[in-house]
Design a protein around this ligand. Structure first.
Ligand code: AMP
Ligand code: ZN
Length: 133
């Protein structure tokens, strides 16, 4: 897709530190390095986000992300990792080409992904009914 930075990396129009490539996807180092070894896995074909991508591509990318996570964790001596994909602006997506973040973790403070407990303000029965309808 024109003007998509990740399509440009996939097409080798602009450089990326590519650590893995196959027919369907590639993985390269995220410029920001939110944590040491921060890597992105993207499909070569353009999809705006995970919901737009076909199931086969999504499944393949997550298997690749899992395999790369194991080698990155081991080679970078990480203690854990987060695997996530941001979908839409409100969730922090800034590049609208589906990508999976691999974020190796070394300590709890370097990155904040906070799950605030709202259990006293949320009716689980109501949530259940909404999701199941
Ligand atoms: P998101 O906010 O989930 O859309 O993530 C987009 C990520 O792409 C950010 O972490 C950026 O640092 C990263 N990024 C943007 N441009 C490039 C680039 N040219 N090469 C590598 N990473 C990039
Ligand atoms: Zn693209």
């Amino acid at each position: 897709m024109d003007n998509c930075i990740f399509c440009k990396i996939a097409n080798k129009d602009i450089p990326g530190k590519i650590i893995y490539e196959d027919d369907v996807c590639l993985a390269f180092l995220d410029l920001s390095q939110a944590t040491y070894g921060h890597t992105l896995v993207i499909p070569k074909k353009h999809f705006a986000n995970i919901l737009e991508a076909d199931d086969e591509t999504v499944a393949h990318l997550f298997v690749v992300a899992k395999k790369l996570s194991a080698s990155i964790m081991s080679n970078c001596h990480a203690n854990g990792l987060n695997i996530l994909t941001n979908t839409d602006e409100v969730a922090g997506q800034s590049v609208y080409h589906f990508h999976i973040h691999i974020l190796p973790r070394y300590d709890k403070e370097e990155l904040t992904i906070e799950f605030t407990d709202h259990s006293n303000q949320t009716n689980l029965d109501e949530v259940y009914e909404k999701i199941m309808k």
